[in-house]
Ligand binder design. Structure first.
Ligand code: SF4
Length: 343
């Protein structure tokens, strides 16, 4: 069991529910755009959001940004400890910084003391693509793990143990190995993800394998699905991953749809997509089946709260295992929506 770490109103580690994270891709100094994106992330179900703080203007903007949302904000700092201090003053709930990159150890000591006094945790985030030269020649997973532990030891030396760690790489297998190694060597909570995973479909697959494998091993206290896409999609993807392994804690809609075949009588893809988009906006647990014909459609629909089994011109609508209507195919979505609302 990992230790508990408090990030604003969210506690991670120690068997708490797995928190979903994402990161804004607006300029943090552009307060309006960042606030707007954070609102979208929160609405989608994001628990913790990270904003880059590359300069002083971003650190100043963070003050307004933090006030605009109920999500804890993590300030992502590259190496300038003064920006970390400013972000802490602005209300950041966690600082992502690697203490070994700060420079002079007196700066690490100062920052550790400053954050400790304010109960602000640090995430050490090792990235496989930017490892220190001294790890050259070492297998990537071992190198990432060792690098993370070195940063950890530096903070521990200055009596700071409010730590979360990540060891991400764009290489899925090495990411999994690195987290497995790390989880054997320390009990700090782990933020899990595959970094630079790529554009939507590719990123989803790499993240599902990497994050999914680790979560099934019982490793991971927070997750981020990194996508070269709208960050809101990262949140939806993270939710889907947690749902798929039964680790999502909360009401959610699940849409089951068939892959379609020569028997398909209705626009399964179009209807399922609309149902999925609508269901995402709801805060209720409901399982909906969209099936292209009666061959498998009847059984699957009966097993869901609501379902449709496609027919040539008309389709059969099910609710809680019983046929409740037969509707023209062009009315299927409206009928399903009506039944979802009634539940
Ligand atoms: S439910 Fe019917 S249409 Fe859909 S894949 Fe199965 S057999 Fe084909």
């Amino acid at each position: 069991m990992t230790r508990k770490v408090q990030i604003g109103k969210i506690v991670i580690g120690g068997g708490q529910r797995i928190a979903i994270q994402s990161m804004t891709n607006t300029k943090t100094s552009d307060i309006d755009s960042t606030v707007k994106q954070l609102a979208e992330l929160e609405k989608a179900g994001c628990d913790i959001a990270r904003c880059s703080v590359p300069d002083e203007a971003s650190a100043i903007a963070l003050k307004e940004i933090v006030k605009s949302t109920s999500m804890p904000i993590v300030a992502d700092i590259h190496f300038d400890y003064r920006l970390a201090v400013k972000a802490a003053d602005a209300g950041a709930a966690k600082i992502r910084i690697n203490p070994g990159n700060i420079g002079d150890e007196s700066k690490v000591e100062y920052l550790a003391k400053y954050l400790k006094e304010r109960s602000i945790p640090v995430r050490i985030g090792v990235n496989g693509g930017s490892l220190d030269k001294k790890y050259e020649g070492m297998p990537l997973a071992e190198a990432m793990c060792e690098s993370a532990l070195e940063h950890v030891r530096l903070l521990e030396k200055h009596c700071f143990e409010d730590i979360v760690i990540s060891v991400k790489s764009s290489d899925v297998v090495n990411t999994i190995k690195a987290y497995r190694l790390l989880s054997q060597k320390c009990d700090y909570p782990l933020h899990v993800g595959v970094t630079e995973a790529g554009i939507y479909e590719k990123g989803l697959i790499k993240s599902a394998i990497g994050i999914g494998s680790l979560l099934c091993d019982g490793i991971g206290d927070t997750i981020r699905v990194s996508l070269t896409d709208d960050p809101v999609k990262e949140v939806y993807a993270a939710k889907e991953m947690l749902k798929a392994i039964g680790r999502y804690d909360g009401a959610y809609a699940e849409v089951v749809s068939c892959p379609t075949c020569a028997r398909t009588c209705i626009d399964v893809q179009g209807i399922a997509t609309r149902v999925e988009e609508y269901a995402r906006t709801l805060d209720k647990s409901v399982k909906i089946a969209v099936m292209g014909c009666v061959v498998n459609g009847i059984g699957e629909s009966k097993g869901c709260d609501i379902g449709v089994a496609g027919g040539k011109d008309k389709s059969v609508i099910f609710r809680e295992g019983k046929i409740i209507a037969t509707v023209p195919n062009e009315k299927i979505y409206e009928e399903l929506k009506k039944e979802i609302d009634r539940l």
